[in-house]
Design a protein around this ligand. Structure first.
Ligand code: FES
Length: 176
C-alpha cells in the first residue's frame, strides 16, 4: 500500500515537472519571437537607428559617372549565427547619369545566383553578362528575353548626403 502511494506521488511530481518544463520552454520561445516587436514598439528611435544603420557610405558621389563601377562595402548584419567583425560583404554595380540619377544594381544573377559582370562578354556591348548560363541584362539591368534570367537585377536603395553616396537595402524589381 505504501508502495502504491509512493507511485502516485511520483506521478504527480512527474506531471508537475513536465508542466513546468513545457511551460517554461513555451514562454522562452514566445519571448524570443516577441522581443523585436516589443523592443521597437517600446522605443521607435531604435527602429530609426536600425534604418539609418542599413545605409552604408560608399564614397564621394562624384567618383561615379555613366560607366558602371563595381563597389565593395560591408554591412553590419548578422549572417545567421555568424556575426563577422567587419560585417557582411556586399557588392554593387553603380553608375550616375548625366542628370545625376544613381542606379546601384546587385550583381547577383536572377537565374541561379551567379555573379554578373558589366560588359562581361565582348560579344554583347553595354550589357551585363552572366557566365554561368549566358544570362544577359541591358544597361538598366533589365533581363533580355530569350536568355535564362526571368527578372531584372535587384537594385539597392540609394541616397546622397553631403556629397557622399549611401547604399541601403536590396529591393527586388518587377519581372520584365
Ligand atoms: S545563373 Fe546567371 S544565367 Fe544562370
Amino acid at each position: 500500500m505504501g508502495g502504491k502511494e509512493k507511485g502516485r506521488g511520483e506521478g504527480i511530481s512527474r506531471r508537475r515537472f513536465l508542466t513546468f518544463t513545457l511551460g517554461g520552454t513555451g514562454a522562452f520561445l514566445a519571448s524570443v519571437a516577441l522581443y523585436p516587436m516589443v523592443r521597437f514598439s517600446a522605443d521607435p528611435s531604435l527602429k530609426r537607428e536600425e534604418e539609418r544603420a542599413s545605409f552604408v557610405d560608399v564614397g564621394p558621389v562624384d567618383q561615379f559617372d555613366e560607366t558602371y563601377k563595381l563597389v565593395r562595402f560591408f554591412v553590419k548584419r548578422k549572417d545567421g549565427w555568424h556575426h563577422p567583425e567587419k560585417g557582411v560583404e556586399r557588392t554593387a554595380w553603380v553608375r550616375r547619369s548625366a542628370t545625376g540619377e544613381i542606379l546601384a544594381l546587385s550583381p547577383v544573377c536572377k537565374h541561379l545566383n551567379c555573379t554578373v559582370k558589366w560588359q562581361g562578354n565582348p560579344r554583347y556591348k553595354n550589357e551585363f553578362y552572366c557566365p554561368c548560363h549566358g544570362g544577359r541584362y541591358d544597361e538598366n539591368g533589365v533581363n533580355i528575353p530569350g536568355t535564362p534570367p526571368a527578372a531584372p537585377l535587384d537594385r539597392y536603395e540609394t541616397k546622397v548626403e553631403n556629397g557622399r553616396l549611401y547604399l541601403g537595402n536590396i529591393v527586388p524589381r518587377r519581372k520584365g
